[in-house]
Write a protein that binds this ligand. Structure first.
Ligand code: ATP
Length: 378
């Protein structure tokens, strides 16, 4: 949570202006980051990691100023440079560099024990519970799977009660299914702990699922910055993002299984969806993916259709983006649908209109391990 200054104004979580030169690359970026999750989005080589490392303190900018919660961490004009370990940030990279000679509990308590008592807000037991690490707590970290390592990495970073969590593509090295699992834990950090996060990603779908606001980088420069839903439809984004692969990544709750021909019923926002291949029990939470291009919009429901999901919804926004049109509909969550300009014209779609979102059961992908059943060990 951002603290308030003596004058009663809210102090931003982070504000920075940095200039960093490498032989063939120049980064020049400034922004103010508020509470919540801020994505640093951009293609490979756009400078995301360099910017994150400047903020972490492991890379020194040539010029600039970095301030977190009102405290100056770096200033080229007055020669301030607070070392990384005193910045009170948590850092998790793609491979969660853990201490190999320690078990899971040792890794998580290490940073906690070094944190002054007055600054401790989260205790290791709470984090073990949040990340479901109880059964693994005495395991040596060298024996863990990729997904388990990332959960320990997140818990270890949070054990220092950081003012800000810096995440450098923490799920990029995981397979598609485990990305869903860890994304769900990241959402829990946001909703249950409220720790602000700066999240580096080159996946537009992850950014849409997790980030409240987004900074778009391209060739070391800021292209756009604002609420994620606005930035995603910014025409400049089509220069750097492949919107054709846009997935809706939702938290779903399994309400019943085997309801009909082996299908399961899932609750997503206000909608009930039928999906196949759900290896979970009623009450379980799973992450699901629905490609924006796999959803069909229809003005009415035909009784002669093989699609099992027809959700009554209302069009919230329509954004023509070149050869495609992005339509946001409201199903209690924001469902992005990709249609063609021709469909938009022929159906005469407009904001506020009631339509049906038609989704085939096998267009709903379950991002959870299937064999064995999901459990704390995965
Ligand atoms: P990716 O998504 O591939 O991780 P990125 O957006 O995080 O990319 P950076 O890793 O910040 O990009 O790199 C930006 C540019 O700076 C690249 O061209 C990279 O080669 C260059 N670069 C990064 N670190 C150094 C360094 N220490 N010396 C020279 N060039 C560097």
């Amino acid at each position: 949570m951002s603290p308030s200054s003596a004058e009663g104004t809210t102090v931003p979580v982070l504000s920075f202006r940095v200039k960093k030169e490498f032989q063939n690359f120049s980064l020049e970026c400034e922004a103010t980051v508020e509470d919540g999750v801020t994505a640093l989005f951009g293609p490979s080589g756009s400078g995301k990691t360099t910017l994150l490392n400047c903020i972490a303190g492991t890379v020194s900018p040539e010029e600039g100023r970095i301030e977190a919660m009102g405290k100056v961490l770096f200033s080229s004009s007055v020669g301030t440079r607070v070392p990384p370990e005193r910045r009170r940030f948590g850092y998790v990279s793609q491979d969660a560099a853990l201490f190999p000679h320690m078990d899971v509990w040792g890794n998580i308590t290490y940073g906690y024990n070094l944190t002054p008592k007055k600054d401790r807000q989260l205790d290791p037991g709470q984090l073990i519970e949040l990340f479901q690490l109880g059964p693994l707590s005495t395991r040596n970290v060298t024996t863990l799977s990729g997904g388990e390592r990332q959960r320990v990495g997140l818990a270890r970073a949070l054990a220092t009660s950081p003012k800000l969590l810096l995440l450098d593509e923490p799920i990029a090295a995981l397979d598609w299914v485990l990305r869903g699992v860890i994304l769900r834990y990241l959402k829990r950090i946001r909703s249950e702990l409220g720790t602000p996060m700066l999240y580096v990603s080159h996946s537009i779908s992850e950014v849409m699922a997790l980030a409240d606001s987004t900074i778009v980088l391209s060739e070391g420069k800021r292209l756009a910055h604002g609420p994620t839903s606005r930035v995603l439809v910014d025409p400049t984004l089509s220069r750097v993002a492949e919107l054709a692969t846009l997935e809706n990544l939702f938290d779903a709750e399994v309400s019943s299984v085997q309801v009909d021909d082996g299908l399961a019923e899932l609750r997503v926002g206000d909608a009930t969806l039928l999906a196949s291949d759900v290896f979970a029990e009623p009450g379980d939470k799973v992450m699901i993916s629905i490609r924006a291009g796999d959803v069909i919009l229809s003005l009415d429901i035909s009784s002669r259709t093989s699609a099992r999901n027809a959700i009554k919804t209302v069009i919230e926004e329509i954004h023509p983006l070149g050869q495609r049109v992005l339509v946001y509909t409201d199903i209690g969550e924001r469902l992005a649908v990709e249609i063609t300009p021709g469909s938009l014209r022929e159906l005469g779609l407009h904001v506020g209109q009631q339509v049906y979102a038609i989704i085939k059961t096998n267009s709903i992908m379950i991002m959870e391990p299937t064999q064995p059943r999901p459990g704390p060990g995965l």
